[in-house]
Design a protein around this ligand. Sequence first.
Ligand SMILES: Nc1nc2c(c(=O)[nH]1)N[C@H]1C(S)=C(S)[C@@H](COP(=O)(O)OP(=O)(O)OC[C@H]3O[C@@H](n4cnc5c(=O)[nH]c(N)nc54)[C@H](O)[C@@H]3O)O[C@H]1N2
Ligand SMILES: Nc1nc2c(c(=O)[nH]1)N[C@H]1C(S)=C(S)[C@@H](COP(=O)(O)OP(=O)(O)OC[C@H]3O[C@@H](n4cnc5c(=O)[nH]c(N)nc54)[C@H](O)[C@@H]3O)O[C@H]1N2
Ligand SMILES: [Mo]
Length: 773
Amino acid sequence: MAHASSTRQILTAAHWGPVQVETDGERVLTSRGVLDTALPNSLQTVVADQVHSPARIRYPMARKGFLASPEAPLGERGKDEYVRISWEQALDLIDKQHRRIRTAYGPGAIFAGSYGWRSIGVLHKSSTLLQRYMALAGGYVGHLGDYSTGAAQVIMPYVLGSNEVYQQQTSWPVVLEHSEVVVLWSANPLNTLKIAWNASDEQGLNYIAALRDSGKTVICIDPMRSETVEFFGEQARWVAPRPGTDVALMLGIAHTLVVNRWLDSDFLARCTEGYPQFADYLTGLDDGQPKDARWAAAICGVPQAQICQLAELFSQRRTLLMGGWGMQRQQYGEQRHWMLVTLAAMLGQIGLPGGGFGFSYHFANGGNPTRRAAVPASMQNTLPGAGRVVDSIPVARIVEALENPGGHYRHNGEDKTFPDIRFIWWAGGNNFTHHQDTNRLIRAWQKPELVVISECYWTPAAKHADIVLPATTSYERNDLTMTGDYSHQHLVPMKQVVAPQYEARNDFDVFADLSARLSDDGRLRFTQGKDEMAWLAEFYQVARQRGAEKGVVLADFATFWAANQLTEMPQQEENNRFVRFADFRADPRANPLKTPSGKIEIYSARIAGFGEPDCPPHPAWIAPDAWWGNREPGQLQLLSAHPAHRLHGQLHYSRLRELYQVAGREPVTLHPDDAARYGIAPGDLVRVWNACGQVLAGALVSDGIRPGVICIHEGAWPDLAPEAGGICRQGAVNVLTRDIPTSRLGNGCAGGMALVWIEKYSGPQPAPAAFIP
Ligand SMILES: Nc1nc2c(c(=O)[nH]1)N[C@H]1C(S)=C(S)[C@@H](COP(=O)(O)OP(=O)(O)OC[C@H]3O[C@@H](n4cnc5c(=O)[nH]c(N)nc54)[C@H](O)[C@@H]3O)O[C@H]1N2
Ligand SMILES: Nc1nc2c(c(=O)[nH]1)N[C@H]1C(S)=C(S)[C@@H](COP(=O)(O)OP(=O)(O)OC[C@H]3O[C@@H](n4cnc5c(=O)[nH]c(N)nc54)[C@H](O)[C@@H]3O)O[C@H]1N2
Ligand SMILES: [Mo]
């Protein structure tokens, strides 16, 4: 353990939790997590790669065709070369073109929605800083929702009056004490709990480990035998429906409850609205088709007897349905969580300790009890000029907006019009990795007059920009954060580990310089006269005040900063016993939900009023456009679950790739029956394709996936080879997904599912070039 005396240990934090980073003052040597955890987290080990990766952007760069003619750019984005320019030159160029476009077309032509997972910290939030600058400049087009829960977060408020996906859950101690059956429905917490939106408090996996050791019945409903199923081993039962068919499976269970009189009519009467309308659909009174277990089995591929067993088990035991989000990132995704809530309502355990449903146990450590915490302020709270967001588009509809400026569309019951976007700035998102149908995106991306990307790495998004600005990583600057999106468990200083690499600069300083170009007092308005440490001291001071009101005493800022240590917040005993919906259940009249009826809406008159053909007024099975039921001969169903050793595209360039890549590319998991059928051996290079595009991937043959289904995890960087018919050399799944909305209610990302062909690949083998600047 002895470290050379010339090295130092510095505490900082990332989405993947607080990390201790060892440096010799110039380079990062090692990194490791500092919290007590049941399982190691690979993401914490590659800070050195993050800082020193050859994929880093070293200098401001401009696309040749843009530089030659900034007002009417030449060449094609994605095919052009880049030349190095100075920071002064880059910022002058941006300032001039920004002014030109803003004067000619107004703020409605400037998209600064800039969705993405950037880095954590209360100060250096790249997209927030971009929006701060754009607000000072006179406004911009923002975004609505996110890729994560685009469907669920829009439908849930109609059903429950709250979004449920980003809310504290019934506490884990209660679950461990009272639940008898825990169902992980489309959730893979072993992967997804490695990170949080702020720094992870890393307690979720400890609770998952405790759940395994508790001997309770655990059921995982997932077309893949995920890392979570593997982790539970003998403790869990794996149920593998066809992708996209969960509503049918839930209806089959619900119908079985009805025929056996296992449903809780008293709860339905007291706490829900519209069950009778739904019951007519469920029993087939309205369309002649009972949604019974036999009907469901034919659709979802789970045997009828197993569906009946699940109904019996759920109704006879205290059951908690933990819903993940993969199943709603699909066409008609709104139906999934609506039907899961309906099923939980029929079981009648919502609001009981350890019963009902929860939609954030697999994300950001939901269920880790909220602490009595001193929470700092953040840059987000200081955005100037409310009303500077002149328009907002649903986040996953960006390509549709570029293709169809002025076009009419529906969103969440409203009539809307797409803006005419001419200038796009992305800071802290990798939209060429996260967005569906990459080839369609590339075509649409030629339309704007100016595209600027602030990035740490040469991502595919950077490789499709006009001006590329090198950003520092969070290890090259000072910041601070809470751990635990829900728990607020620790306050952590994020101390600078090494100096900014090459010519990388903090987004804060870049936008301050650009604000100075807006007006004489622009810089002052942007910075409010404060530098990095002054902002942090102020944000920390807010935490001290908030803490003082709750009896939590924090050290003064200088002491906190010098200590290089976590501050842990005290527990709050009543939060350890928190049961979601307990008050509502006890007295729905006194504690109504924020729905029109005050109750759980199984039938929603408001949604009926919207008349959306793709979102009916009660949960229903609607066959997707592209699924098992309408595949062409030879086609397979494709999943794009979230990866174990990346956060989307983040860390893809790191040496963690050695843990998962096959044939030098992204792995594609396929069942041995399918491998035999297509003549594919483990480790083979394969081609996967459909009408959207084609990718090369490495075959990972495993019986841990349902036959007829394959999986390529999301987040690999697209790397299209022009010389080989545009094939993606890296295996980026979004080359194969369609860019369609979940429905015109939520307009969420529906990239979770597609139909594809697969074959062993024997053509020329273009070398992957994704990580080469
Ligand atoms: N097919 C399919 N597609 C999906 C999904 C799926 O399940 N299936 N999942 C979707 C979901 S849920 C999400 S959330 C999205 C994720 O999509 P993104 O959030 O766009 O993915 P990230 O790779 O995290 O991108 C963040 C980028 O910010 C950069 N960055 C980090 N720190 C800084 C900084 O300080 N300054 C600047 N300027 N840049 C910084 C990183 O280098 C990285 O490239 O993907 C979506 N896409
Ligand atoms: N390590 C790591 N952790 C992450 C992320 C990451 O990229 N890496 N991303 C973070 C982000 S931004 C988000 S939004 C969350 C995402 O959290 P989720 O959306 O819950 O994650 P997914 O992996 O997309 O899906 C969870 C499981 O659902 C399964 N599934 C897919 N389709 C279906 C279906 O039709 N039916 C059923 N029953 N199951 C299905 C998948 O096989 C997968 O095992 O994770 C977060 N955590
Ligand atoms: Mo997400």
